[in-house]
Each structure stands twice: as C-alpha cells, then as structure tokens.
Design a binder for this molecule. Structure first.
Ligand code: GLA
Length: 391
C-alpha cells in the first residue's frame, strides 16, 4: 500500500471535514490460477485473493447525500450524488460501481436511509485485470453492511457485487472475482464450484516457488462486449447440446461426453468455445488434485494447457499475452504460465522457482519490449485474506 490508513484519515478530514471518526475497510483484488471462463458455465475456478486491493473510509451522514472521492481519480474530484439518484450514468464515472451496489442493496430489501461520505484508494494497477472493480463492489457492500447494520453473509456480498456489475454496469461477469475478493484466505486458493457455490480452501504450498504476475500493459478495446459475446456463444453451444444430452451447464460434461456429443453444436466457433469450457473445467479439477499431492509439475502443465486453450479455442488471449506466455515457457525455472482473468490483454500468471525469478523477469522484459513496444510489469505476489475491516 503506497498510502497509509493514517494518510487516508487525514485526507478524509480535509475533504469532508471533522466529525465522527470514519471506519476503514479493505477488499482485495484477485488472481485466478486456473479455471478461466468457466464461472458462467457452471464449472470450477481456482482464484486467490491478493494483498493489493481497494481501501475505503466511510462515515454516514444525517441526510441522503452521497459524497465520493477517489485518490485514483483525483482529476475527477469530489463526486456528489444522493440515495435518490441510483441510476447508471456515464458521467458518474467510477462511482457507478459503489452506486450499483447501493442500488442492489435496495432491490434486495436492505433499505439505506442515510447517505455517506466515502473516500477510496486502490493499489491494483489500473487496467491490469486483477479485479479492481470487483474489489470496489465487495468493499462497498462490506462498508454498507457494517455502517448500516445489515445481516448479510460475505457470499451474499459477493453475489450483490456481481448482480450490480451485471445489471448496473452492463458487464455480464460470473461470480469468480467478487467471490475471491469477499472470501479469500491467506496462503490459500479457493476451489469454487460455480454451479452451486460450494467451495474449499486449498493451501498453495509452494516451498520453492512464487506466483509471478506479468502485466502486459495492454488492454484491447471492447473488452466487455467481447466478454459478453463469449458468454452468449457458450450459451448457444449449451442449447445445442441440450438437444442431445440432459445437462444444465457445460460444466456437467466430461471431456469424453463432450467428444461424444459435440457435433450437436452448430458452427465451429461455438463448438470451440464449448470445448474450452468443458476441458478447462476438467483441467481445474485435475490441477487442484495435483496441487493437493504437491505435484507442482503437473499443476504447471495444466496451467500451460489452459493458456493454449484460451488462445486457440476461446480466443480471449492476444498477441502480447501470447508472447509473454511463450517467453515464460522457455525459462527452465518456470513451471507454468498463462493469461489470467477476462483476457484481451491484462496479466499472465506464472509459477516460478524462487531461484529463477530474476532470470524469468530478464527473459521476458527485454524481448517483450523489443517486439511490442510495451514495457511489461512484474509483481511477485502473496495470497491475502478476503475483505475485512481495518483498525
Ligand atoms: C472476468 C469475469 C469473471 C470470469 C473471468 C474469466 O474476470 O469478471 O467472472 O468470467 O473474467 O474467467
């Protein structure tokens, strides 16, 4: 964290004036180790919360006004609104995320009657695909729950975040990011079955390896519309498959069943999308089994296979992230590497032997800049806890 909570408190008083001490909260970003584009296909995911994320200070008001300020959008300045203006508005910029969560609270019968002053600061690199928006949604949910005394579970806060993103902010995301931000646990990844939200914490014991995130620093445009397209293509494939096999989601199929029924899917594009969803789900199950047996080599190979599938079948990678993956695969101490998150740019995640981290960075840094003109960023990360209050 580049800014301390003491500094945030000082800034809060500067912006909103003296008064009752605001309460401070944190919600993390996430990285997904494996299980990509499976969360809206009834499959498994395996994300973990990071120690970077979004911080928030909140103080309730006596009236219905809302005042927001983000240290990440200083140019935007103070954004004023009210509990009576909870409708999506382009001009509202980043505040559409907290407002979407407030709106969803209302839909679910959690009546917020008093406004608030809210200060936000995030240390997730902008546009990196490490879930800054999900962390802001979960953070808002937690702040509202604590400030106004609602009885809501952390899983429900994740669902509220997802609902607000889908219906207020127009991104048809699955549950993975909000779930990881709300439910993360230090040193563990979450093996989540998105068909029923059952989950298990799997310790990520990497005695001689680290998780390294490489930010390609590219974010191709129309990300959310391309994401929504993938989601629609998966749904079309599912409908075709349902004409020949009794399933509710693609996640219910094994690889063998998919091969048996795949011709029912009309069109090669939807067939490839469905193939990815089915195989990626199975890969995720196998990867968690391998990790439990401390078989990091198999775990890494499945991570590599995930990238290939996202590149060729799901087509959510891009030349920059492909290049980073290929460079990573050629480093002897790299056990596995793939694009992570929604795709079309953003970050790759790699498992790298401790003594090879430096060499790994060197092997990617220069060739990547030479070939693309972009300078990649590297983060050697730790797995942190889910959203919580700060003292
Ligand atoms: C984005 C979405 C998630 C998930 C991933 C792909 O991060 O928000 O719900 O679908 O993409 O795995």
């Amino acid at each position: 964290m580049a800014v301390t909570t003491t500094e945030l408190r000082k800034k809060f008083t500067e912006l909103f004036g003296a008064g009752a001490e605001p309460k401070a909260y944190f919600a993390p970003g996430r990285v997904n180790l494996i299980g990509e584009h499976t969360d809206y296909n009834g499959g498994h995911v395996f994300p973990c919360a990071l120690t970077i994320g979004t911080y928030g200070l909140i103080r309730p008001r006596a009236d219905r006004r809302l005042r927001f300020y983000s240290l990440n959008f200083e140019d935007t300045g103070l954004v004023e609104s009210s509990l009576d203006e909870l409708t999506p508005d382009e001009k509202a910029g980043w505040t559409n995320y907290p407002k979407g969560v407030m709106w969803t609270f209302g839909l679910r019968g959690y009546r917020i009657t008093k406004g608030a002053d809210i200060l936000i600061y995030g240390d997730i690199p902008a546009g990196s695909g490490l879930s800054s928006s999900a962390s802001l949604e979960v953070l808002t949910g937690l702040m509202l729950r604590e400030t106004y005394g609602f009885d809501i579970s952390m899983v429900d806060l994740a669902l509220i975040g997802q609902y607000s993103e889908n219906h207020f902010n127009g991104m048809n995301c699955g549950i993975m990011d909000q779930f990881a931000s709300a439910m993360g646990k230090k040193d563990c990844a979450i093996f989540l079955d998105t068909s029923d939200l059952t989950y298990e914490y799997a310790p990520v014991k990497l005695p001689d390896a680290r998780i390294v995130i490489t930010n390609s620093k590219v974010k191709h445009s129309l990300v959310s519309s391309a994401y929504n397209d993938r989601r629609r293509e998966s749904e079309t494939a599912l409908k075709d498959l349902q004409t020949v096999v009794d399933i509710r989601t693609l996640g219910e199929l094994t690889e063998e069943q998919f091969e048996q029924y795949k011709d029912a899917v009309r069109g090669p594009v939807c067939r490839r999308r469905a193939k990815h969803a089915v195989y990626e789900n199975q890969r995720t199950i196998h990867a968690v089994e391998a990790l439990k047996k401390n078989d990091i080599v198999t775990f890494g190979k499945l991570i590599n296979a995930s990238h290939v599938s996202l590149r060729d079948d799901y087509e959510t990678s891009c030349p920059e992230n492909d290049l980073l993956a290929e460079l990573a695969w050629s480093v002897p101490g790299c056990l596995g590497s793939r694009i992570t998150g929604g795709g079309f740019g953003g970050c790759n995640v790699s498992i790298v032997k401790n003594d090879a981290v430096e060499q790994f960075i060197e092997a990617l840094d220069k060739p990547y800049t030479e070939k693309t003109g972009h300078r990649a960023e590297f983060y050697v990360v730790d797995i942190g806890d889910g959203a919580h209050a700060l003292d």
